[in-house]
Design a protein around this ligand. Structure first.
Ligand code: NAD
Length: 411
């Protein structure tokens, strides 16, 4: 859909890699359009053949969050369109320019290819339009990305009309650092995962579990690098932390910090808003008990809760002890720890990483999470199946009527 020449140099500025992601999704979807394969299943009846075919759903509604204003659209729309659907998109109310710009780009591509523009339409607006999409019986699937609270409302509305819902909701992601971990690699990864995009990603690392034997060493290094992080204009090359999205996000950060303090959290670095015209806040590290109720919630800013553990089992239990189940990561070189972590008694998240941060997923894998993260999967792998309806077709090419399970009826 989008020509390869548009590929960005994402290394130039990490703030542009969201654009790279939609370009990658276009490339991926074009290839995928030739591989929406069904299957042939042996029939138990003579002269019969069974097959599964995948057909488009019709109209797919996409409601997106502010923090991935076009990448999430790409995960959904690129796949939904090559599956033969039309797309109705509602972007976040605070990112209307991106909604308009992407819609114009798409319109150009459709025009050049003599396709009707109505294949892809979009709205700027808030909850009323989101609810209208959720209620509309013409929209077969509603793919919603946003908070768990709003996601639950959308799901209930869509369920009431027996529509399909695909949910990508809040995360509360953790990194575990084992005693044998490469500490340098871990510290770099934690920094990127916890403060990148000012902590405003669904996959931001919000909880850090350090083995007791390396606890102080890692913490000292992290506090040191946090103090050097350059906060400012995200378009400047050296900037690592930009502002929070709105004044409301900044107020939410302040409220979060006061709850942390009232629940016994000890601020090791940061903890304040920065006196400026923008919504800048300090990247923050907090020492706190895993049982504090704030730790179970997603505070959408650069706040990292740090906790100590003795055994891998204890760390996995802490990782799994929150309502959300999006992303998780372990730093270790030990095969038995790695395989336990990715196996049935390991992380209960949709994204289970080893020796890399919780964020920055590749589009080739299915993206999404379990529990209060909603259970949806988008982007790569077999996520496309969610944008199609499955038809199980049985064809009788003989002249008899044998019945399944050997049933004899009127003969
Ligand atoms: P939000 O839930 O406030 O809003 C998301 C979208 O829902 C917006 O377009 C909004 O206008 C719309 N909306 C609001 N009320 C609605 C209603 N009653 N009915 C229908 N639509 C309604 O979320 P946000 O603040 O924009 O984004 C941050 C949240 O999104 C975080 O929780 C983050 O973790 C999550 N998120 C998740 C993923 C993921 O893939 N799991 C990706 C990005 C963001």
């Amino acid at each position: 859909m989008v020509h390869r020449d548009l590929t960005f140099d994402a290394k130039f500025n990490p703030n542009f890699y969201f654009l790279q992601e939609i370009i990658d999704m276009c490339d991926y979807a074009v290839g995928l359009s030739r591989q929406l394969n069904g299957s042939i299943i042996p029939s138990e009846r003579p002269d019969h053949m069974m097959l599964e075919a995948w057909n488009p759903l019709g109209i797919v509604g996409v409601i997106t969050a502010f923090n991935f204003p076009c990448a999430v659209l790409g995960w959904n729309a690129c796949i939904a369109l090559v599956c033969g659907n039309c797309v109705v998109w509602k972007g976040a109310p605070t990112t209307p320019l991106i909604t308009i710009a992407v819609t114009k780009l798409m319109a150009e591509v459709f025009e050049k290819n003599n396709l009707p523009g109505a294949i892809f339409t979009s709205f700027c607006g808030g909850a009323e339009i989101g609810q209208a999409i959720a209620k509309d019986t013409r929209i077969a699937l509603v793919s919603f990305t946003g908070s768990s609270k709003v996601g639950m409302m959308v799901q209930q509305t869509v369920n009431e009309r027996f529509g399909k819902c695909l949910l990508e909701l809040s995360g509360n992601n953790a990194i575990i650092v084992m005693d044998d971990a490469d500490i340098k690699l871990a510290v770099r990864s934690i920094l990127f995962a916890a403060v990148g995009t000012a902590g405003q990603r669904c996959t931001t690392c919000r909880r850090l579990f350090l083995h007791e034997s390396i606890y102080q060493k890692v913490l000292d290094q992290l506090v040191g690098v946090y103090k050097q992080v350059k906060i400012g204009d995200p378009l400047e090359k050296e900037t690592l932390v930009g502002p929070l999205h709105t004044r409301a996000s900044r107020e939410n950060f302040e409220k979060g910090i006061s709850s942390i303090k009232s629940q016994g959290g000890k601020i090791l670095v940061g903890g304040s808003v920065i006196d400026s015209d923008g919504n800048f806040v300090q990247p923050t590290i907090v020492e706190i008990s895993p049982d504090a109720s704030v730790v179970k919630e997603e505070l959408f800013g650069p706040v990292l809760y740090v906790m100590k553990f003795k055994t891998l089992e204890e760390a996995i239990e802490m990782n799994n002890s929150v309502p959300q189940g999006l992303s998780s990561s372990i730093f270790t070189r030990r095969p038995e720890a790695i395989f336990k972590w990715i196996g049935p008694h390991g992380s209960d998240c949709g994204i289970v990483n080893v020796n890399i941060p919780t964020n920055g997923a590749e589009i080739g894998g299915a993206f999404g999470g379990e529990k209060a993260t909603g259970g949806g999967r988008e982007a790569g792998s077999d996520s496309w199946k969610q944008y199609m309806r499955r038809s199980t077709c049985t064809i009788n090419y003989g002249s008899e009527l044998p019945l399944a399970q050997g049933i004899s009826f009127g003969s």
